[in-house]
Design a protein around this ligand. Structure first.
Ligand code: DC
Length: 205
């Protein structure tokens, strides 16, 4: 059994729900390419923190921009702020759609992949977890990398970012109607990956 050309797995969900881990594992399991679309918004946010105009930054994004230090709390908030701007989102659409259409299959993770970027994706997953569980995971990740922060601060950041991502007018974070929801609150990484792999297997042609 094989996958049709351009087979796309769309993985959406709130911050720190485990989308990145699940996406990478699904891509590795099936040999698909993976695009973390949050990195595009983070790269725009990072350029804005350095004084750029958000729309110009999005239109002029280069692969070099994706290599910087983008996984910081400041850049995450800046990404969420630029992501409300329709012209920023529009500038990033073509790149994401071309990536999704590649021959060998692709996994894209973000907030609007199943709803806006790839509404015809063969598999749509909504990976979520409670705010407390997500904040705890992010807290351990950040302190593990040497960041000086508190659980309360991380929870506040996660809740603020989710609210902005869910309540924006353009392409808000929400599950596609035909998405399979995976709530990872009580799951190990292996269990979450197994659930995602099973959902992809179910759509194999
Ligand atoms: O997935 P992430 O935490 O790296 O995303 C950072 C921000 O980018 C997120 O808070 C909102 C924005 N984003 C978006 O609006 N649409 C996407 N497809 C991916 C990310």
């Amino acid at each position: 059994m094989t996958f049709q050309a351009g087979f796309t797995v769309a993985i959406d969900g709130p911050a720190a729900a485990g989308k990145g881990t699940v996406s990478k594992a699904v891509a590795a399991h099936f040999g698909f390419a993976h695009l973390d679309t949050g990195l595009l918004y983070r790269a725009v946010g990072a350029r804005v923190l350095r004084g750029a105009d958000p729309v110009e930054a999005a239109r002029g994004l280069t692969p070099d921009d994706l290599g910087g230090k983008l996984r910081t709390p400041e850049v995450a908030q800046a990404a969420s702020r630029v992501a409300v701007i329709p012209e920023v989102r529009a500038a990033l659409v073509d790149f994401q759609r071309s990536f999704a259409a590649r021959d060998g299959g692709a996994v894209l993770d973000g907030r609007d992949i199943g709803t806006v970027i790839c509404p015809n994706a063969q598999v749509k997953l909504f990976v979520t977890a409670s705010a407390e569980v997500r904040a705890e995971r992010r807290f351990l990740e950040l302190t593990g990398q040497g960041h000086d922060t508190t659980r309360a601060q991380v929870l506040e950041d996660v809740v603020a970012r989710d609210r902005r991502d869910r309540e924006r007018e353009e392409a808000p974070l929400k599950p596609a109607e035909d998405a399979v929801t995976i709530d990872t609150s009580g799951m190990s990484i292996d269990e979450a990956v197994a659930a995602a792999v099973a959902a992809v297997e179910a759509r194999r042609g």
